[in-house]
Design a protein around this ligand. Structure first.
Ligand SMILES: Nc1ncnc2c1ncn2[C@@H]1O[C@H](COP(=O)(O)OP(=O)(O)OP(=O)(O)O)[C@@H](O)[C@H]1O
Ligand SMILES: O=C(O)c1ccc[n+]([C@@H]2O[C@H](COP(=O)([O-])O)[C@@H](O)[C@H]2O)c1
Length: 269
């Protein structure tokens, strides 16, 4: 398939990134290889979107630090960027709404490009329901507007089964309008989970499960625990992130108690 015929994809990773680890970065590389190996996709961009402070997860440190660390971690990447739109919002933003926001941005970027290209006859235009923006109006989208896919670990996919954590309509919007790329994680069985859910099974073509063959149990929880114990976290995180944590004295026994008595934002709905 010629490269101009491939479907362009933007990968969006949502999470705490408390702190960002090498595994978070590796997720992007694994997802890009997997999609591009199919011969059908061209991954054009990766976005790291740290969750906002109003998510009130236990142990979450301030978004400004999490964003700064994510920026340091990605400074040498030519395709992974960090966007602080989500964590600038006053309230916690459900992931389906985050996807809607970036999908809207992709459409408006394409429309700007399209205006520039006007007269060259290079781009086909089509009218599409703007369901993703939650509006009944119809708007112009380009046939080659990139698809936006949620990039996550299998634990996030399996968290769809936690009672009252996700809204069913949001899960449906994510898997039907956008799609997911899900990286296997020890202790998870995403294929089984998809098979056992009628909703996920229906949209299984939109859920790309990527097997990480090198078992990699790096987690932000493990990193924070090591830091509390004064143990080294070098090589679990990019060096500039390790240095930033040391310079700013992040992740202590005290910070691990942040939001300890608060109910996680999705459960407050
Ligand atoms: N080792 C890993 N393998 C696969 N996916 C991972 C791994 N570590 C993190 N992820 C994924 O990265 C995304 C962001 O994760 P998050 O910031 O919550 O990191 P985490 O290590 O799971 O954090 P915590 O330990 O604090 O719960 C999630 O989709 C998560 O599933
Ligand atoms: O949209 C939802 O209903 C929803 C419910 C639970 C979690 N999320 C998102 O999933 C991500 C989970 O991050 P974490 O650190 O709790 O693994 C984070 O970006 C949350 O905003 C989203």
């Amino acid at each position: 398939m010629a490269s101009e015929e491939k479907t362009k994809v933007v990968l969006l990773a949502c999470g705490s990134f408390n702190p960002i680890t090498n595994m978070h970065l590796r997720m992007f590389e694994l997802a890009r290889d997997h999609l591009e190996d199919t011969g059908r996709y061209k991954v054009v961009k990766g976005i790291v979107s740290p969750v906002g402070d109003p998510y009130v997860k236990k142990g979450l440190i301030k978004a400004c630090h999490r964003v700064r660390m994510a920026r340091l971690a990605t400074e040498n990447s030519d395709w992974i960027t960090v966007d602080d739109w989500e964590c600038q919002q006053i309230k916690w933003v459900p992931t389906a709404n985050v996807l809607r926001h970036y999908h809207g941005e992709l459409i408006s970027n394409e429309n700007i490009d399209d205006d520039v290209d006007k007269g060259k006859g290079r781009k086909r235009r089509k009218l599409e329901d703007n369901e993703n923006a939650g509006q009944s109006s119809r708007i112009n989208t380009n046939a080659d507007t990139p698809q936006l896919k949620l990039l996550c670990g299998a634990d996030v996919l399996e968290s769809f089964g936690v009672p009252s954590l996700w809204k069913t309509d949001d899960i449906e919007e994510i898997v039907s309008h956008h799609g997911m790329v899900c990286i296997t994680r020890s202790g998870c069985d995403p294929e089984k989970f998809i098979n056992q859910s009628d909703l996920l099974y229906k949209h299984r073509e939109n859920i790309h499960v990527v097997r990480e063959w090198v078992t990699n149990d790096i987690s932000a929880t493990h990193v924070r625990r090591s830091l509390r114990r004064g143990q080294s976290v070098r090589y679990l995180l990019p060096d500039p992130v390790v240095n930033y944590i040391q310079e700013n004295n992040l992740f202590s026994a005290e910070s691990e108690q942040n939001n300890a008595d608060v109910i996680l934002a999705p459960f407050q709905r």
